[in-house]
Design a protein around this ligand. Structure first.
Ligand code: MD3
Ligand code: FE
Length: 207
């Protein structure tokens, strides 16, 4: 098993080219129903550098006053998030084997200069369920630490088609995206081209 930290499994190239294209078509459909939006940091109100949307019953968002949270509706359209594509439910089953389906799929869209600071995912009530991440487009340098912010971290590349499963101890580890890497011939598949350099999907149980 490709275990890179306790409970963290990296599957480089899990999705081949055609599967990445199929996933890109699903995500373009999600974005058509639920437009990309910018979340604001709690308290400071500064915009995050990634744009995002969601599919599934719940979606992650943040704003100045109410902070990080899951909501059943898009903050701008007020509509429920689009359904989770069957393809994502199948990948969740195949890679996590978890008995319940994911409740949220956060779609993060990175431009060339976007990043995500070191953080823990702790807005979910269920910490025992795994998290599944899928990447499309440009490579990024990803950082995975430990349960405390000051713990040593490892850095590795997340590339197009890669899957990462976070279960057990790693579910609570600090992590972030240091930067998007210049990547030859790793444009986002056509239906997503022009939106940014990299797309990451994060599937989670919430309740
Ligand atoms: C390690 N997203 O949305 S995905 C996030 O590439 C987030 O967009 C990053 O961190 C991205 O919260 C990283 C890989 C990932 C996701 C969740 C984790 C790694 C994780 C939770 C715990 C530990
Ligand atoms: Fe995270």
């Amino acid at each position: 098993m490709p275990e890179i930290a306790p409970g963290a499994f990296h599957y480089p190239g899990f999705l081949d080219g055609p599967a990445q294209e199929a996933l890109a078509r699903e995500i373009a459909e999600v974005i058509a129903q639920a437009p990309l939006f910018v979340s604001l940091m709690p308290k400071s109100g500064l915009p995050m550098s990634v744009r995002m949307t969601n599919c599934g019953p719940l979606g992650w968002m943040s704003d100045k006053d109410k902070g990080y949270r899951y909501e059943p509706r898009h903050p701008e359209t007020g509509k429920p998030w689009p359904p989770m594509p069957q393809m994502l439910l199948d990948i969740w089953d195949a890679l996590t084997g978890y008995p319940k389906p994911p409740e949220a799929c956060l779609v993060n869209v990175y431009s060339d200069d976007a990043k995500m600071g070191l953080h823990q995912d702790r807005d979910e009530a269920d910490f025992d369920a795994p998290i599944l991440s899928l990447s499309l487009g440009a490579d990024c340098r990803f950082r995975l630490g430990g349960p405390r912010r000051a713990d040593k971290s490892i850095a590795f590349v997340l590339a197009a088609g890669d899957a990462l499963v976070l279960s057990g101890p790693s579910r609570r580890f600090f992590h972030g995206v240091d930067r998007i890497l210049p990547t030859v011939h790793a444009e986002l598949p056509a239906p997503l081209a022009g939106l940014g350099a990299r797309v990451n999907l994060t599937l989670r149980r919430v309740t």
